[in-house]
Design a binder for this molecule. Structure first.
Ligand code: BTN
Length: 265
């Protein structure tokens, strides 16, 4: 008998599917599968109802509880030069935004690099991990979506996050089932991946992501991993997923930072 999740998977992405009730992290499981004796092929997907050690960007933890979140990791094996793999970062966030809108929950906004926001609050995050020296190079696209509330969150995080059920309610529609959410994301991601071709055709995808990206053109604070900050203007999104910024030293690109709007008191 096919499960609702299997039924929702219509294209190449999501096959073969490993659906687990609990795992440490779907990204870790996908990476283990990718380097196993029977390596995960392109399109293989790990979905878990709960994660005990879900990971966010910058080594942060990412909570996943049964029924309240979607945790999925897709195995990709692009046969393109690895310098072009940055466009996957753009495609992953854009796929989630387009998927939510296809379910009637929009407009969905992107926050660099690929957080998805509804009603100015984060609903979904993406963590892409690559292994170039695997038997064959692999990129694991990990996607976490808040589906429904009901979890005690620290006040500061609760104020900045939302979930699809809450956003659907605000729009007067029923919350989408998890299978529909996963199916829509995979469908959009596969279409965008095909559009990227060999990674050299990233501009149209980049343009659509940039059009949804809040803070482009705005003065922002960049917060780096070492705790340092700088005030710059975010001037563009580059096809490799990096952020183009301008300050008194000129224009350059930034690959890793947190971006915050400068709030004038
Ligand atoms: C972020 O916004 O910091 C990225 C969060 C990514 C979370 C997802 S949930 C599925 C996959 N498995 C993980 O351990 N992390 C990603």
């Amino acid at each position: 008998m096919t499960s609702p999740l299997e039924e929702a998977i219509r294209g190449r992405f999501g096959r073969p599917l490993r659906h687990l009730s609990e795992v440490d992290s779907t990204n870790s499981e996908a990476l283990r599968w990718a380097s196993s004796d029977d390596p995960a092929p392109q399109g293989a997907l790990v979905v878990a109802d709960g994660q005990t050690r879900g990971r966010g960007r910058w080594g942060r933890s990412w909570e996943t509880h049964p029924g309240s979140s979607l945790a999925a990791s897709l195995v990709l094996r692009p046969r393109w030069p690895t310098e072009r793999w940055g466009s996957l970062t753009i495609a992953a966030g854009l796929a989630c935004a387009e998927a939510f809108e296809s379910l009637g929950i929009g407009p969905a906004v992107l926050k660099w690099p690929n957080d998805v926001l509804l009603d100015s609050k984060k609903v979904s995050g993406v963590l892409i991990e690559t292994r170039i020296a695997d038997p064959a190079p692999v990129a694991v696209v990990g996607i976490g979506v808040n589906l429904a509330g009901g979890i005690e969150l620290p006040e500061e995080i609760a104020a900045r996050t939302t979930d699809l059920a809450e956003a659907a309610l605000r729009r007067g529609i029923d919350p989408p089932p998890v299978a529909a959410v996963l199916g829509a994301i995979l469908e959009r991601l596969e279409a965008l991946y095909d559009e990227l071709g060999d990674g050299s055709r990233a501009e149209p995808v980049r343009d659509r992501a940039a059009a949804r990206m809040e803070l482009l053109g705005a003065p922002v604070t960049l917060r780096y991993m070492d705790g340092g900050t700088s005030e710059v203007v975010a001037t563009g999104l580059l096809p490799d997923g990096s952020l183009q910024i301008t300050d008194e030293d000129g224009t350059r690109s930034v690959h890793a930072a947190e971006v915050e709007r400068i709030r004038h008191r």
